[in-house]
Design a protein around this ligand. Structure first.
Ligand SMILES: [Zn+2]
Length: 52
């Protein structure tokens, strides 16, 4: 009797090429958790490279 409820209309994945991390429907950014910070740093001025 019970039909499957389609909550996920379209499966979204991370915008980063090669990254197939499935995004949460509550994630408006378009990047997975790992790449979200990466994407944020891209919009910021370049930071000095720390020497190890
Ligand atoms: Zn990603």
């Amino acid at each position: 009797m019970s039909k499957k409820i389609r909550l996920i209309r379209k499966r979204r994945v991370c915008k980063i090429r090669g990254c197939e991390q499935i995004l949460s429907i509550y994630n408006p950014e378009g990047y997975c958790h790992a790449h979200q910070q990466f994407a944020m740093t891209q919009s910021l001025p370049p930071q000095p490279v720390l020497k190890h």
